[in-house]
Ligand binder design. Structure first.
Ligand SMILES: O=C(O)CCC(=O)C(=O)O
Ligand SMILES: [Fe+2]
Length: 269
């Protein structure tokens, strides 16, 4: 099914017809710019897509999202089991809730011939010059609970390690890539870490990825799970709702450490 979605001629057409930067960005995803080389396709808002295309596309996406949501729930249940907490749906109930805040995003990174011979060097440096590298999607953590991604086996996805290096994650179109997101870090009181990641555009191959972002209902209160906390353990975070956190993501820049704003003992960055 996912491969079918990626390869579907409908998707291919839409990728080339409807490419534009996301309206809510504050400069971090700019269509065809040197800051980011990425086209996002926002489904549902594209008035010019032929109605028939839109209907077929919507039904493919809905079917995919339904299945991936089930997978997300299973993964969260396995995590609860691994953490030895009860009930087993303590995390997954937020995704299975009919008000769960789900986003599906399709990213298209055209080949970018902009890269220069120094870029490998630059790409391991967090303070790189954006003008000289071909960043497809700037570094960030995903704000939700978990993200589940598939791609067309074009490299570029990298994760950040605490020692300051970026590690390329080998891609293949038969695997799912699961990210721990910000809310899961809070709910596990830091036991799981939200993974900082980015995409570097490939010089020769186009990359397409589709990501399911699983978030809880907007008014869900987020704080470390009672059932997980040791008797003398202190909560690292102030309680907030997903709505508050989500609003904060729109007011901050992509690369910001948004969690630090909700951290009990640190100053906002
Ligand atoms: O394209 C990818 O593989 C990752 C994109 C991403 O990190 C995102 O959409 O949040
Ligand atoms: Fe992401």
């Amino acid at each position: 099914m996912p491969r079918q979605v990626l390869r579907s001629p409908i998707f291919q057409n839409i990728l080339y017809v409807q490419e534009y930067a996301s309206p809510q960005d504050n400069s971090w995803i700019i269509h065809n710019s040197k800051l980011a080389f990425n086209h996002q396709v926002h489904l549902g808002y594209d008035d010019e897509i032929h109605l028939l295309y839109r209907l077929i596309l919507m039904s493919l996406v809905n079917e995919y999202v339904k299945e991936v949501r089930k997978m997300g729930c299973n993964i969260l249940e396995l995590m609860a089991e691994g953490l030895k907490i009860e009930p087993k749906n303590v995390l997954s109930r937020m995704l299975s809730d009919e008000k769960a805040d789900i986003v599906f995003r399709l990213n298209h990174y055209p080949p970018c011939s902009d890269s220069n011979p120094d870029s490998d060097l630059d790409l391991n440096n967090r303070s790189m010059s954006h003008g000289r590298t071909s960043i497809g999607f700037g570094e960030h953590t995903d704000p939700q609970l978990i993200s589940i991604a598939r791609s067309n086996a074009t490299s570029g996805f990298q994760i950040y390690l605490e020692d300051g290096t970026w590690v390329a994650v080998p891609q293949d179109e038969t695997s799912y890539f699961i990210n721990v997101d910000d809310l899961l870090e809070v709910m596990t009181n830091g036991r799981f870490k939200s993974v900082r990641h980015r995409v570097v555009a490939d010089s020769f191959k186009s990359r397409v990825s589709m990501i399911y972002f699983g978030g809880p209902p907007l008014m869900e209160k987020i704080s470390p799970l009672d059932s997980l906390m040791e008797p003398d353990e202190e909560s690292l975070y102030n309680e907030f709702t997903w709505f508050e956190y989500k609003s904060c993501t729109y007011k901050t820049r992509l690369a910001d450490n948004r969690l630090s704003r909700f951290h009990k003992h640190s100053h906002p960055v």
